[in-house]
Design a protein around this ligand. Structure first.
Ligand code: NCD
Length: 304
């Protein structure tokens, strides 16, 4: 049985196959409408979510399956003191596959050790978010027709942003990738990502706090929200939350075919006047999230 806790749980070939299937789903939705008839997905969200939970649910429904679950820890027996391990054993008796989000780093991994059904990590603390990365990869592939030879700017909260950590991990496998890491010094990328992913794979990267410095070189610009819920100190959050606001003016030197992404929710990082720029792909990205999750659910349930 396969779990997806980290994007590294999927090989490059498996990711390529998921992208291929997702593209086929986009073009032939009816072909997939009964692939998961009679199967149940449980969504266990111990932390808030809009897109990730609803896209998982909508993905399973579009495959003909059913959905159960909870969207906050307070409405489950966790509030009575039940452990994640026990919750998972129970839910495994009611479902065929589980998507789980948890504020603690490593909780989905612990769950996977006890689970009798596949577990998908839908975000664990400031650590990983593999299905957002699959969404990002599908979006980049649809927009650029390639996942290699790209200069990717990642901007905002690179310290706590789990989507950034998983995206760097995934993109580091492709040829000729360069990263421009744009953040205030308080929110730089963690050392373990630099050491274990970037340096280990000889990936070219630079760090700056100036969003405009390398703008003319970027093929992809991935904006992120400052992760309020991971701060120990409210004052630090308030000081850093509006550090970057992407607007038309800052895009002046950008390439004509730049792809602007954001995992959403957006707080203030992208001014709404950018939304109608043809390079703004963050709402398309939301839609792609459903199709890649359909492909992933089918793979983990071993549906042909
Ligand atoms: C992201 C997350 O939960 O990490 N959202 C999402 O899943 N689309 C990004 C964020 O919350 O800032």
């Amino acid at each position: 049985m396969k779990h997806v806790i980290d994007i590294k749980d999927l090989s490059t070939e498996e990711i390529d196959e998921l992208i291929k299937v997702a593209k086929d789903i986009i073009n032939n939705k009816e072909k997939y409408a009964h692939k998961c008839d009679g199967k149940q997905l449980a969504t266990l969200f111990f932390e808030p979510s809009t897109r990730t939970r609803l896209s998982f649910e909508s993905a399973m429904l579009a495959l003909g399956g059913e959905v159960i679950g909870f969207s906050e820890a307070s409405s489950s027996s966790v509030s009575k003191g039940e452990s994640v391990a026990d919750t998972i054993r129970v839910v495994g008796a009611y479902s065929d596959i589980i998507a789980m989000r948890h504020p603690k780093e490593g909780a989905p991994l612990v769950a996977s050790l006890k689970s009798v059904v596949p577990i998908i990590n839908a975000g664990d603390g400031g650590h990983n978010h593999p299905t957002q990365t699959l969404t990002d990869l599908l979006t980049i592939h649809c927009e650029k027709n390639r996942l290699d030879n790209l200069t990717i700017g990642l901007c905002g909260d690179l310290k706590f942003g789990r989507t950034v950590h998983s995206l760097i991990t995934a993109m580091s496998r492709y040829k000729n990738i360069r990263f421009v890491l744009i953040s205030p010094k308080e929110l730089v990328i963690p050392e373990y990502i630099k050491r274990n992913i970037l340096d280990k794979n000889n990936i070219e990267y630079c760090e700056t706090n100036d969003i405009e410095e390398y703008m003319d070189q970027l093929d992809v610009l991935y904006m992120t929200r400052v992760q309020k819920e991971r701060f120990f100190n409210e004052d630090d959050y308030v000081r850093l939350k509006d550090y970057y606001i992407l607007n038309k003016e800052k895009l002046e030197k950008a390439k004509e075919d730049l792809v602007i992404l954001h995992p959403l929710p957006r707080v203030n990082e992208i001014s709404t006047d950018v939304d109608d720029d043809k390079r703004a792909c963050y709402f398309k990205q939301v839609e792609y999230g459903k199709y890649i999750r359909m492909a992933l659910i089918m793979k983990l349930l071993e549906v042909e």
